[in-house]
Design a protein around this ligand. Structure first.
Ligand SMILES: C[S@@+](CC[C@H](N)C(=O)[O-])C[C@H]1O[C@@H](n2cnc3c(N)ncnc32)[C@H](O)[C@@H]1O
Length: 262
């Protein structure tokens, strides 16, 4: 059963946000995801299928199995993945990442994106992933490290709100800083050849179109927080508008790209 205390919630707006995010961040997320030789890929915490669409496009020879514990997310995923479902290229499973109804050593590769930040016991999830990977299988994982967010000129209101978002996520049992822990967690669980890379991006006036798209993206991510009161939401909108109008306004953020083998 899905955790109703999930920081982003399961609204229609949030489901669309995930789909847009999949497209917008793909050029940052997918470099280094080497699943081209895989016949069977497992995606854990697949949400509405935003990353599944990317995986199917990028790895046309693979069958993708998805694990997601929210029926609401899966409903959208079924619509978005209608064609690949019909073609037998994807299987959607309603289950928890901590206890996946899957055979051991069944997958060539596993992909995980923005999941562990929402999970109270990431070790339990990583153990399950290790169990279902084949002997030479690889895991590719993308996780947040929310300390790496900065808007310039410094914006105390947005910074304070971001802190309260992250505090709320911690209170809900998630971890907005899981990225820095990822390497250690993978080692504890027994993974080998662990690689952890911090990827960061700066959006500024060199490319105004991209800068605006990223500012809108972050505005919507901030607004998705369960901690945001109506007054806070109004403030978030105003502050992002100000940032967007400032010709020298910049936005920086980073996340963690990890990989490991069995
Ligand atoms: C931020 S979304 C990311 C979804 C997808 N990976 C993407 O990038 O679009 C996290 C997803 O993980 C799911 N989730 C959280 N905890 C889970 C768990 N323990 N087992 C399975 N799914 C989980 C949530 O319901 C949500 O759909």
């Amino acid at each position: 059963v899905a955790n109703k205390k999930y920081i982003h919630g399961f609204t229609k707006k949030e489901r669309q946000r995930l789909l847009d995010q999949g497209e917008l961040l793909a050029s940052l997320v997918y470099p280094g995801v080497e699943l081209g030789k895989c016949r069977s890929i497992l995606e854990v915490g697949s949400g509405v299928g935003a990353q599944t669409l990317q995986l199917l496009k990028r790895f046309p020879k693979a069958h993708v199995t998805c694990i997601e514990h929210s029926e609401e997310q899966l409903k959208t995923a079924r619509l978005k993945l209608e064609r690949p479902l019909r073609e037998g290229r994807v299987t959607l499973i309603h289950a928890s990442a901590e206890r996946m109804p899957l055979k051991s050593k069944a997958f060539d590769g596993v992909f995980v994106c923005w999941l562990l930040e929402h999970v109270p016991a990431p070790v339990a999830v990583l153990k399950e992933i290790r169990r279902v990977l084949k002997k030479d299988g690889s895991l590719f994982i993308r996780e947040v490290f929310n300390q790496l967010w900065y808007a310039d000129p410094p914006n105390p209101k947005l910074t304070a709100y971001w802190q309260s978002f992250n505090d709320c996520q911690l209170k809900l049992g998630g971890d907005p800083y899981v990225g820095v822990k990822l390497g250690g967690l993978l080692k504890d669980v027994g993974f080998k050849e662990i690689e952890i890379e911090f990827r960061s991006q700066l959006f500024d006036r060199r490319d105004r179109v991209k800068r605006a798209a990223m500012m809108n993206y972050w505005r919507d991510l901030f607004l998705s927080g369960q901690n945001a009161s109506p007054a806070m939401k109004k403030q978030i909108r105003t502050q992002f508008e100000t940032l967007k109008k400032d010709p020298s306004g910049s936005l920086f953020f980073g996340f963690v790209a990890g990989q490991a083998r069995m």
